[in-house]
Design a protein around this ligand. Structure first.
Ligand SMILES: Cc1cc2nc3c(=O)[nH]c(=O)nc-3n(C[C@H](O)[C@H](O)[C@H](O)COP(=O)(O)O)c2cc1C
Length: 168
């Protein structure tokens, strides 16, 4: 994982994304390849825990306290982009805390904001109103919303599978 802008000729389109288990990253890379854009991975300064339940708890605490965690990096030369595709998973029925940080730490005046959002089956929650309130000067376009695998369900299925295997 890297925060660096992909090499190649500069584009006035940026794909910026946050992804824990890769579902959103697949879409980000597809858009990046299809349109030949720059790519930026949004990462917190301090990574979230490896453990799923710990991540859920931390995300809930940060959401409820309105915390905007500091980011590892900001987008270099953000002013040169006209369109930003912004990808993220739904966390706790809203946009993850780092997405609020990302929106707050860049100037959205005159930008077209095209969200792509993955969720585990419960829909977009309050994420669109978070985008509107944290990037109020952007032109916010209708998002792509896609249901994708849930880490919770994968863990439960694998736990059940492993439980049925006798240790040799
Ligand atoms: C901390 C956490 C909270 C989540 N909360 C929700 C939720 O409220 N609603 C939902 O539909 N999916 C929820 N999910 C599932 C993810 O939105 C879904 O699996 C998404 O595709 C993950 O994207 P990623 O692989 O790019 O990280 C949550 C996942 C995590 C890790």
């Amino acid at each position: 994982a890297t925060s660096a802008i992909a090499p190649g000729p500069r584009s006035d389109i940026l794909v910026a994304y946050f992804s824990r288990t890769g579902n959103t990253r697949v879409i980000a890379r597809q858009v990046q390849r299809a349109l030949g854009t720059d790519l930026f991975e949004i990462e917190p300064s301090k990574p979230y825990p490896e453990d799923y339940e710990e991540t859920v708890e931390q995300a809930q605490r940060e959401r409820d306290a309105g915390i905007e965690p500091s980011l590892k990096a900001a987008v270099p030369d953000f002013a040169t982009y006209r369109t930003v595709f912004l990808g993220f998973p739904i966390w706790g029925t809203t946009a993850p805390p780092v997405i609020r940080s990302f929106l707050s730490s860049h100037d959205w005046a005159g930008k077209t904001l095209r969200p792509f959002i993955t969720h585990g089956g419960y829909g977009l929650g309050s994420s669109i109103s978070v985008l509107a309130s944290h990037a109020p000067r952007s032109e916010l376009i209708e998002p792509l919303a896609m249901e994708a695998d849930q880490e919770r369900r994968t863990l439960a299925e694998v736990t059940a599978w492993i439980g049925g295997i006798e240790r040799p």
